[in-house]
Design a binder for this molecule. Structure first.
Ligand code: ATP
Length: 153
């Protein structure tokens, strides 16, 4: 179990985004991010960076060509809310809960080309729950898919 200490989530996310920017631009995707500064949560900054990396990796994988990615961090209704959105085919509503299960992939043939095992979101969910947070997704097929991480802080 990782140590539980207060850390600056805004800073952790900014450094992760800076390391991922080259990959995003190399794929001709646009990236827009807005991080409210100084948001502190208790837990493991390495693990929360892993969560953000899983979501950003997926955004890159599923955004489609010339798509766009948006990352937002702010406060909402007494919680800290991280939202990672991407354009692309999206996720049909009946799959939205199951994608957090281990080895679950929406369209095996389409996803197989993307080379994943269906583990990323299950790992992300387990980390977020260890931080007493929630993770969920909303999707409008062929428009936008957004993953939300709600944390206390
Ligand atoms: P990996 O194990 O390498 O992360 P994966 O991407 O298949 O592979 P998950 O991250 O758990 O595994 O995602 C599960 C499934 O959810 C994916 O196979 C894909 O069908 C769907 N999915 C995840 N993120 C997105 C997204 N941003 N847009 C559309 N579909 C997505």
């Amino acid at each position: 179990r990782a140590i539980q200490v207060p850390f600056d989530l805004s800073e952790a996310l900014e450094s992760l985004i800076l390391t991922m920017e080259p990959v995003i631009f190399e794929k001709n995707l646009s990236l827009d991010y807005r991080l409210e500064p100084g948001l502190t949560v208790t837990g493991s900054s390495e693990q929360m960076k892993q969560v953000a990396m899983i979501l950003l990796d997926n955004a890159v994988k599923y955004a489609g060509s010339k798509g766009s990615i948006e990352v937002q961090l702010g406060r909402q209704k007494g919680h800290i809310l991280l939202a990672v959105s991407n354009t692309g085919p999206g996720i049909p509503p009946e799959h939205l809960d199951k994608i957090f299960d281990r080895f679950y992939r929406v369209d095996a043939s389409r996803s197989r080309q993307k080379g994943g095992y269906g583990l990323g979101l299950a790992i992300a969910k387990s980390i977020v729950e260890q931080h007493r947070g929630k993770i969920y997704a909303r999707s409008t097929p062929n428009e936008t898919t957004t993953f939300y991480v709600q944390l206390n802080g």
